[in-house]
Design a binder for this molecule. Structure first.
Ligand SMILES: O=P(O)(O)OC[C@H]1O[C@](O)(CO)[C@@H](O)[C@@H]1O
Ligand SMILES: O=C[C@H](O)[C@H](O)COP(=O)(O)O
Length: 936
């Protein structure tokens, strides 16, 4: 039966639907329109999909089925669902397409709106979607922006149907019309057919009136002298603009170039009237259909407009009537300074932004559904932030969405940070996907090591090369492989301790150093190589290609060499060979570990919008906290994941602590009530479900209730720790962007190394480190520092003077170059606790030289708010280093001295206390007492 819609078809105008949804397709809505209204096409855009997928449950089954068989990124999930709809629509329209011999029957799918300003990406995306949808009656929808035009030409040349979208001005229409012709000509010149390729140029209508009318209304409100003419222009400009565009279309059809193509079977690029739903409810609801009827055009209507037109639309050829009046309208617009070019240019940008906002919302919706579907397979996080901080975080997340931070981070776009060398350090993304590690090779080594009867493995490495493996070992233990011991110290007592725990002949040594030139693993490897009777079969190297360590490993006949990726910095290396080789040797299933980790990698994926991206969200919260003066990120962890703070410390401090800014991580400080903390804190609580942590839970709740920023993270099981590695890596990179530093360099670490090297070199020649005279000695303790600290010369007096320098927002650092063991840790923790309780300041602690390769960067390069107490000791006994005059005792002393010199040079407030005589326990006990006295 005929109706106004079918009559449009009879008048040569194709009726398309500007809408799609799963429900509508399933219920036969599209078939009905084809059957009853003569519908011949469908258009979609990101806003349309956002509405379709964001509501109801129609997509849920399909989404769950897809997620079950893949660990896709959110954009893949969206695309999968959209492609299902587009294919279904294309199949419904296929009989139309066949009947009309390819002249109509098309369905449009838009390329990612994030690419509207990039030619090459748009082109690749167009090709990819064309292949993925795999239907001849697909039109790939490409914005007719300056960047889009060359892509359109190339797609046409490829033989891909294109719907050019976001056209507002006649000039941009002319540019895409030229691109279409040029693309076809290129095909023809290459001897390829031009028949069967279709294109439409989507000229947007109602959005123009919406903008012009706004301007007119403003002028009218100001009693403009041209009020009458202005009033008459309302609701006319967009139509006039479209009519003029159609005149150009008619002209172009007469050109010789077109005639030549037509002779070869080319079909014209039809003008398509888009945005034809009225935005102003005062206008007739069929305004942008009635007025634009004409042959060889398309009108794509939203359902409401289509229903209205079916009901009371008027079909009469209007597109090329009253052309002079249309030109007059445009001339008046120009004369009255309404600036149509300015409006259309802004509309292109707005349009791209609107679609990318819709895509953000859409992807956020998909991410939310995905998270719900994954349940506890994805570690949960909640952020409890004070109002002002929450507002700052929301603003920055919105900015991050606008500026595409997540995508840019994954692309390694250095402009996200300081635009220096950041792009060179982005291998950690691929490592997190398990791509850096050869799991089979790790398993083979683990099996062989087991067969050879190795019971223990000792890892010799520093910082990123040791902290990740140690946290993995402490969290997940040993799974039938070798038991892992991490040795990241030059303290003779600690080296002896590790040696006492192993049977040296049944031990595998993993020498781990990215640079392959770090002093500690070098001398430790030399020491244990001798101890193991120079048996290379007991040694494995993990190092970046071409390093000094690789050469040594080859020369000494090491059993295996695992190569790292030189585009990954040490602290981002845990999911590369540096973390995973020792983990595998302990007997763990590497593939399963990565499978468990992927849920977070995907959740933080390049298309996961910032506000629903767990890593970006956390990073923005950290960055904004720092900017708000809450730069002491205090890590709390439940028993099974307790050690993670030592890995987090390095990541956060070494990445962000520079140029006088950054995060000061606080690990290992016993948790207290809210009153013990200043307003310079943020708390991160990582908890494994089922851990006995009721006391921590209650204390963390109290902190949140007292208005401190608190992040709570829950792991369903400890094996999901890999997800936290990745979440925090992303968060750290993003915090770096917020703070405005390069999160991938460590400019201030080198300074201590240079000083240490100079001291040990001097020792090799002179046999002495040339220690200075102490300020005072008291019992086991000798003090070195600024003369102003001497006070009464007692330990308590000197410490009182030193700690008296702490003021609000400062932190106290207790850095000990002694054996790291539980007893020493307990004493240092007690000292920290006492300082915090008295001063209200945050406290950090560390063992040297371990912290030098970790938090040391922030102490020297971060904010000058640290008050440093360095503890050194005469070793009870020393250990030689094969082939060197220096001993381990000399090295650790030189490291302490070098570090102190740099701290002093950087204007840090320091005091060194040296335990004389070799009785470290007695010295530490006296120190703890003296601190209590000082604080009393
Ligand atoms: O793996 P490498 O090159 O021995 O370095 C160990 C650690 O030392 C540092 O370079 C700091 O000195 C860290 O960044 C790094 O993780
Ligand atoms: O291709 C169609 C366009 O995306 C659509 O018509 C835009 O319409 P709107 O201006 O109503 O969003």
């Amino acid at each position: 039966m005929s109706n106004p819609l079918t009559q449009l078809g009879d008048a040569g105008q194709a009726v398309w639907l500007d809408f799609v949804s799963r429900e509508f397709l399933k219920e036969g809505g599209l078939e009905k329109l084809v059957r009853e209204d003569g519908l011949t096409g469908v258009t979609s855009n990101p806003s349309i999909f956002e509405k379709a997928m964001g509501q109801g449950t129609a997509y849920d089954d399909s989404l769950q089925a897809f997620l079950k068989q893949s660990d896709a990124d959110v954009v893949d999930v969206y695309e999968h669902l959209a492609i299902e709809d587009i294919r279904a629509a294309a199949d419904i329209l296929r009989p139309v397409y066949d009947r009309l011999d390819g002249l109509d029957g098309y369905v449009s799918l838009e390329v990612s709106p994030y690419l509207a300003m990039n030619t090459q990406d748009t082109l690749e995306e167009g090709r990819r979607l064309w292949a993925a949808v795999d239907r001849p009656n697909l039109m790939v929808k490409v914005p007719g922006t300056e960047a889009g035009v060359p892509a359109i030409r190339a797609l046409i040349e490829d033989g891909i149907n294109v719907n050019v979208t976001l056209l507002f001005s006649v000039d941009s229409y002319l540019a895409v019309a030229e691109a279409y012709v040029a693309g076809l000509e290129a095909r023809a010149a290459a001897g390829k057919p031009v028949r069967g390729i279709a294109s439409v140029a989507s000229f947007f209508v109602s959005r123009i009136d919406a903008q012009i009318d706004k301007k007119i209304d403003k002028r009218l409100a100001g009693n403009d002298k041209d009020a009458a003419t202005l009033k008459a222009l309302k609701g006319k400009v967009a139509i006039a603009n479209a009519k003029v565009a159609y005149q150009h279309y008619l002209e172009s059809m007469q050109s010789d170039r077109w005639q030549a193509l037509e002779a070869k079977g080319a079909a014209p690029q039809r003008l398509l009237w888009a945005s034809t739903g009225v935005k102003n409810p005062d206008y007739p609801d069929t305004l942008y259909v009635d007025t634009l009827v004409g042959p060889d055009t398309v009108n794509t209507m939203p359902p409401k407009t289509m229903d209205a037109f079916r009901d009371h639309g008027k079909v009469a050829r209007t597109i090329d009537t009253d052309i002079d009046a249309a030109r007059q309208v445009l001339a008046d617009v120009d004369r009255l300074g309404l600036d149509l070019p300015g409006i259309t240019a802004a509309l292109v940008e707005d349009g791209a932004q609107q679609f990318s906002d819709a895509a953000d919302a859409l992807l956020a919706g998909v991410a939310g559904k995905r998270t719900a579907f994954l349940g506890d397979a994805l570690n949960a996080a909640t952020l409890h932030l004070p109002d002002a901080l929450q507002t700052a975080v929301d603003d920055t997340l919105a900015r991050a969405a606008r500026e595409g931070w997540t995508r840019r981070m994954w692309q390694g776009d250095a402009t996200l940070w300081t635009n220096t060398d950041e792009a060179k350090w982005q291998g950690w993304f691929s490592a997190a996907q398990g791509r850096q590690v050869d799991a089979a090779a790790v398993r083979a080594l683990a099996d062989a090591v087991k067969q050879d009867g190795f019971r223990d493995a000792v890892l010799l490495g520093m910082g990123g090369s040791s902290l990740g493996p140690e946290v993995l070992a402490r969290t997940l233990g040993c799974q039938g492989g070798a038991e892992l011991h991490v040795l990241d110290s030059t303290d003779p007592a600690q080296i002896r301790k590790v040696q006492s725990l192993i049977d040296i002949d049944k031990t595998l040594f993993i020498v781990s150093s990215k640079s392959g030139s770090t002093l500690e693993p070098e001398i430790l490897a030399a020491y244990f190589f001798e101890q193991a009777g120079r048996n290379g079969k007991q040694f494995v190297a993990v190092t970046d290609p071409g390093s000094k360590l690789e050469a040594l490993a080859k020369a000494d006949g090491y059993r295996a060499i695992f190569h790292g990726d030189a585009t990954i910095g040490g602290r981002y290396s845990v999911l590369s060979v540096f973390g995973i080789v020792p983990f595998g040797i302990a007997g763990h299933d590497v593939e399963r570990f990565f499978a468990d980790t992927q849920a977070m990698v995907r959740a933080c994926g390049p298309s996961a919008p910032p506000a629903s991206n767990p890593g970006v969200q956390l990073g923005v919260a950290i960055g904004e906290s720092v900017k708000a003066g809450r730069d002491k990120l205090t890590v709390i962890a439940s028993p099974r994941i307790e050690s993670i703070g030592s890995w987090l410390e390095q990541l956060l401090a070494e990445s962000t602590g520079k140029e006088g800014k950054g995060v000061i991580p606080v690990d290992g400080e016993p948790l207290a009530g809210p009153d013990s903390y200043g307003n310079d804190r943020m708390f991160a609580y990582l908890r494994v479900a089922g851990d006995d942590a009721a006391d921590l839970d209650a204390k963390v709740d109290a902190l949140a209730a007292a208005g401190h920023p608190v992040v709570r993270i829950t792991l369903a099981r400890p094996e999901l720790i890999g997800q936290e590695f990745f979440r925090w890596e992303v968060a750290t990179a993003i915090a770096g962007a917020v703070i405005g530093i390069d999160p991938f360099d460590q400019p201030d670490v080198e300074a201590s190394k240079i000083k240490t090297r100079a001291l040990t070199d001097a020792f090799e020649k002179s046999g002495s480190l040339g220690d200075a005279a102490p300020l005072a000695t008291d019992g086991h303790l000798a003090f070195y520092g600024d003369a102003s600290l001497k006070a009464d010369g007692t330990a308590g007096g000197i410490l009182a003077a030193h700690l008296g320098r702490l003021s609000d927002h400062d932190y106290a650092a207790v850095l000990a170059y002694v054996e790291r063991n539980a007893a020493h840790e307990a004493v240092l923790t007690g000292i920290r606790q006492a300082i915090r309780e008295t001063s209200g300041c945050a406290t950090v602690g560390g063992f040297g030289p371990r912290f030098l390769h970790s938090t040391g960067q922030a102490y020297k390069g971060g904010p000058n708010s640290g008050v440093f107490l360095q503890i050194t000791a005469d070793p009870a006994t020393d250990l030689p280093i094969p082939g060197r005059r220096i001993t381990f005792g000399v090295v650790i002393a030189a490291q302490a001295q070098g570090d102190l010199q740099v701290l002093v040079e950087r204007g840090r407030r320091t005091l060194r206390v040296h335990i004389v005589g070799g009785d470290v326990d007695a010295g530490l006990a006296q120190l703890a007492d003296a601190v209590s006295t000082a604080l009393a």
